[in-house]
Design a protein around this ligand. Structure first.
Ligand SMILES: Nc1ncnc2c1ncn2[C@@H]1O[C@H](COP(=O)(O)OP(=O)(O)OP(=O)(O)O)[C@@H](O)[C@H]1O
Length: 256
C-alpha cells in the first residue's frame, strides 16, 4: 500500500540555521500518527513543507504517492490542515466560516450546509454556530479549525498541537471524531508534546530531534517496553548545557 506521507532527505535552512536536516518521514495510510520532539526540533517546519506551506531547500515530500511540490493542487485537495497559531476569519460566524471554506473547495452549496451543520453538532458548537469566531474561546477555535479541515473529507489530516487549550470534554469529542476518521482508512498526523496523549491515541510514532528523525515506527516498537515518555527522554536526551549547574540563586530567599 502507498504510504500516506513519505519524505526523502527533506531539508530547510533559515540563514545559517539548519531547521530540518534531511528528514525521512514515513506514515503508513490509515495510521493515527504522532510527530514528537523537543522544542525547536523542526516539527512545524517539516509539517509546513509537507503541506505545501513552506518550500523545502532540498529533498522530496509525497502525499499518497504524489509529490507535494509538483502536484500541488491535487495534493491540497487531499489534505486537511490545522496549523499552529491558527488564523481564522474572525468576523465570520462559525457556520459562515465552514460554508466559506467549503465553497472555496467547490463543494456544492447544499452539501456544504449539510456537512457544516453535522460538524457543528458533532463538535458541540451548534449553540455557538452563529456567534462570531472572534468571540470563540481557545478550545472552540481548535474545534472550528478542525471542522474546517475535515469539511472536504481529506484523506490525510495534519494537526499541529490540536489538543492545546482544549478542555477534557472537548478533547474527548475531538478524539472520537479523529478515531472515527482513521477507522475508515484516512490518516491523521499530529504533533504534540503530551506523551500520554500520543501513547493513548497513536499507533505510529516519529520522533524528531535537532532536525532529524531519531526513531520511527509502530508505537510498541518505538516504546520498546518503556513508557513513551521514557523512550522520548532516552532518545532525545538532555543537552549538556541543560545540566544541573546554574540557578543557584533561585529559591535561596535572597532578593539580589
Ligand atoms: N521563520 C523562521 N525563521 C528563522 N528560524 C526559524 C523559522 N521557523 C523556525 N525556525 C527555527 O527552526 C527551528 C525549528 O523550528 P520548528 O518551529 O520547526 O520546531 P518545532 O519542533 O515545531 O518546535 P516547538 O515544539 O517548539 O513548536 C528552530 O530553531 C526555530 O528557531
Amino acid at each position: 500500500m502507498t504510504d500516506a506521507v513519505r519524505t526523502t532527505a527533506l531539508t530547510k535552512r533559515f540563514g545559517a540555521q539548519v531547521a530540518v536536516a534531511g528528514v525521512d518521514l514515513i506514515v503508513p495510510a490509515g495510521s493515527f500518527a504522532g510527530l514528537v520532539g523537543p522544542n525547536g526540533a523542526g516539527k512545524t517546519t517539516t509539517l509546513s513543507m509537507i503541506t505545501g506551506l513552506l518550500r523545502p531547500d532540498g529533498g522530496q515530500a509525497e502525499i499518497d504517492g504524489l509529490p507535494v511540490w509538483r502536484d500541488t493542487l491535487e495534493v491540497k485537495a487531499r489534505i486537511g490542515v490545522l496549523p499552529e497559531g491558527l488564523r481564522l476569519f474572525e468576523r465570520l460566524s462559525g457556520r459562515e466560516l465552514l460554508i466559506y471554506n467549503g465553497r472555496l473547495r467547490a463543494i456544492p452549496k447544499d452539501e456544504v450546509e449539510r456537512r457544516a451543520t453535522e460538524l457543528l453538532q458533532v463538535m458541540d458548537l451548534a449553540e455557538a454556530a452563529d456567534k462570531l469566531v472572534v468571540d470563540y474561546s481557545t478550545g472552540m477555535r481548535k474545534k472550528i479549525g478542525l471542522a474546517a479541515a475535515l469539511l472536504h473529507n481529506p484523506s490525510v489530516l495534519f494537526l499541529d498541537e490540536p489538543f492545546e487549550g482544549v478542555d477534557p470534554v472537548s478533547a474527548q469529542t475531538l478524539t472520537e471524531v479523529l478515531r472515527r476518521y482513521t477507522a475508515s482508512g484516512s490518516t491523521v498526523i499530529f504533533s504534540s508534546h503530551v506523551m500520554d496523549l500520543v501513547e493513548r491515541l497513536c499507533d505510529w510514532v516519529s520522533v524528531m530531534s535537532r532536525g532529524q528523525i531519531v526513531a520511527q515506527g509502530p508505537l510498541a516498537e518505538v516504546r520498546a517496553g518503556r513508557s513513551l515518555n521514557q523512550a522520548f527522554l532516552d532518545l532525545v536526551g538532555r543537552s549538556p548545557e541543560q545540566g544541573d549547574t546554574g540557578l543557584t540563586w533561585l529559591g535561596s530567599g535572597e532578593q539580589r
